[in-house]
Structure formats: C-alpha cells, structure tokens
Ligand binder design. Structure first.
Ligand code: FEO
Length: 396
C-alpha cells in the first residue's frame, strides 16, 4: 500500500488495523496502529524506516511494486525498535550493500538485534545527506524515546521525519491529520505521550527548543506511527511543549480495585466529598478491574492528584493495583499529589503500602491515607466524604 505524501515523498508503511496490544501487553492500542515508512525520491532515493517483523515480506513485496529495490540508494533508520526495524533483515537480503544511515547507538542496537554487519554510516546532529536538489539533515533525538533515535529533515519540501515523536497508535483510512476525526487523533496522541514519552519530558522540551533554534521551516511532520501532520503541523509541537511541562488539568482521578465493593463504596463517597468541596475540579473514578490500564495512566497524566484505593489481600494490594503502581512509578510523573485508601478485614496493610509506593513514584502525599474495616457503615461513609472534602480543599 502506498500513498503520495508530497510530490517527492511516498508512504510505503503498513497500517495495522488489528493491533490491540503493543510492547507485549504493556500498551493497549484500541484503534490499531501503523508502522510508517517513507520513500524520498530526488536524483537519489532514500527509504526512511521499515515496518514490524510480521509484515516484513508484505512490506518488501509492496516496496518492489513501488520501486526497483536496487534503485534505493540509502536506508535511513530513525530508531531501531522492532516495529520499525523488523523488516530490515528481509529487505537487506535483497539489497545487502545499501548503506544504512543511523546514529552510533542505532548501529550498535541493529547489530545486537540482527547480528549482521551491514554497511552502517553513522550520523550525528548536523550531518547532511544530499539526494540531489534536496538534502536530508539529521538531528539526533536521544531518548525520544530510545538512545538511538534521530529525526531527519528534508530540505526544500520542509518535511520533518520525527520517528516515534509526535506519533499516535492509530490506524486510519486517512493519512493526513486534517482529514481525521480530531477527537480520535488527539486522544491517541496524548495517550501515546502519556504512556511512552512522559519519563523523557525534559528531553522532549529541550529537543523542541533546539529545533526551534534551528529555524527550519516545517511544512509537514511525518511520524513513524499514525497520521502525518500537514495542516498546521506545529500544533502537535505546541501540544508536546505543554505536555512536557509537568502537564496537568484541573482533574483528580480516583483509581481503585475492589473485591466486595467496599473499597468501591469508599471511592464513590470520597469522590462525592471532593466534588462537594471543590466543584470546579473534574473528578473521575476508575475501577481497575474493568478499565484499561493505559487509559488509566493517561488520566493520571492529566490529573493534578490521584487517590488510589485497594483492599488488603494477603497483606498486600491487589494484583491489578500492584501492576498500575509499578507502571505509575516507571513513568516518573512530576508535580502530582496523591493519597491512599482502602477497606480491609483484619491486617490492613494496603493503604500504607500504596502511600509508600506513591512516595517512591514522586507523588506528594496529601495525607496519611484512609482505611476502614470491613463494610463502611454510615459513619464510615461520612468519614470517606470528609476525607474527600479535605482533599478537595487542598486541591482548590
Ligand atoms: Fe515505534 Fe519505539 O518504536
């Protein structure tokens, strides 16, 4: 499948309508994804990126329909994660001597993954590759989101190929941002940032500053997942600037797991208390047992505070709670507050454990947490409401 991106650039990637899990089970992809690859034609021809391993044969066969593979002069690897490099071995069997332009780290990572001594040409920020009338300028983009990552900028057409940056896991019948459903586009773009790029926000902000300093006109941004930003392409750069600055909305997420609806009852009363004392705050409740974990993490990203509740099970927290706390810690959220709660029968360690985990994850604790034995009675529910009111008061 190929589409014209511009008069010189052809989309030769793979739209994956069926993908529902990514990185094993780490990331949900409710709307599929795409592995974007681009063919840039001038006097010389460059292929920018490949696709994921299962689509290697399909990719190579489609590419042959588009171009005689021997006419590909250069391969550019922006980033070596399998979703972009997986088809490289299949392609290199056909054109084994083609030079691969990539960062030092990318060359190391490709060697470590595929054990092939291909013709690597290492590049750094500022390295240029002439294609004839146009040239590619490479810009290293370490930790956006791997140490190997780089952007490529096509002069004259003013196109930034941005690897995973500015991407979305979104399969679409459209290739351009202006033709897509904007709610879908932005909900996938923020989910992508929240779940993948949050830990690297400082690098994201610094890279955008560096890019701005280069004063390159940008007519289009072509990421390696999702849609091409051709209409007001800097809109997503501005969003990234916001998201990279310890982003938060006037929102609190109440995230809980429950066995017999007691911690759930607490969550509801706490939410009511927050709302009562801080009506302007958006309060959202998420039951972990029936909410996608990555959607929850996106809501954590958007929240100024999270209240986290679990019953005590075998002196610990629930399985789902342990998982989400680990993911929250890994994402290194900044400038957020938190508190714990939960119902328990006899030992009741969960609340303290959650508080400790939140602290380790960098959250400022709003209080020591609230735990209630067994089923909260009217007094217990009142206590939950008061707890919520106090949280709401602190967050107003
Ligand atoms: Fe889309 Fe980091 O690979």
């Amino acid at each position: 499948m190929s589409f014209a991106v511009s008069s010189n650039v052809t989309y030769v990637g793979k739209i994956d309508w069926e993908l529902r899990k990514f990185h094993g089970d780490e990331l949900s992809t409710h709307r599929g994804s795409s592995y974007n690859a681009y063919l840039v034609r001038d006097e010389k021809t460059a292929l920018i990126d490949c696709v994921w391993t299962p689509y290697a044969k399909e990719f190579t066969a489609n590419l042959k329909q588009e171009i005689d593979l021997n006419k590909i002069d250069y391969i550019i690897m922006s980033h070596t994660e399998s979703d972009h490099s997986g088809a490289l071995p299949e392609l290199m069997r056909e054109i084994p001597d083609t030079p691969i332009y990539c960062t030092d780290n990318a060359a190391k990572f490709l060697k470590a993954q595929y054990h092939q001594d291909w013709n690597f040409v290492p590049v750094k920020t500022g390295t240029k590759l002439s294609l004839g009338a146009k040239e590619l300028l490479f810009i290293e983009a370490r930790m956006l989101h791997w140490p190997d990552t780089m952007f490529s900028y096509l002069s004259d057409d003013n196109i930034l190929f941005s690897s995973d940056g500015f991407g979305q896991h979104l399969a679409s019948g459209q290739i351009f941002n202006d033709l897509a459903d904007q709610d879908e586009l932005y909900s996938e773009a923020i989910k992508y940032y929240a779940n993948i790029l949050t830990p690297y926000s400082k690098m994201v902000a610094a890279k955008i500053t560096e890019l701005s300093g280069l004063s390159l006109p940008i007519n289009m941004i072509c990421p390696s997942h999702g849609l091409v930003w051709r209409s007001d392409p800097l809109q997503i750069v501005k969003k990234y600037q916001e998201w990279a600055q310890d982003y938060q909305e006037n929102q609190v997420a109440v995230i809980y797991d429950t066995m017999w609806n007691r911690t759930r009852a607490m969550a509801q009363e706490i939410a009511a208390g927050i709302k009562d004392s801080a009506p302007a705050l958006t309060v959202k409740l998420f039951n972990l047992s029936n909410t996608d974990k990555n959607d929850v993490l996106t809501e954590v990203f958007k929240s100024k505070a999270i209240l986290v509740g679990s019953p005590t099970i075998n002196r610990g927290v629930s399985y789902a709670m342990a998982g989400i706390l680990e993911m929250i810690k890994g994402l290194s959220f900044k400038n957020k507050k938190g508190a714990a709660f939960g119902s328990y029968g006899w030992s009741g360690e969960a609340t303290k454990l959650i508080s400790t985990e939140l602290e380790h994850a960098g959250f400022e604790l709003l209080n020591d947490g609230l735990r209630i034995t067994w089923n909260p009675d009217s007094e217990g529910l009142q206590e939950c409401q008061e707890f919520g009111r106090s949280v709401g008061g602190a967050l107003k």
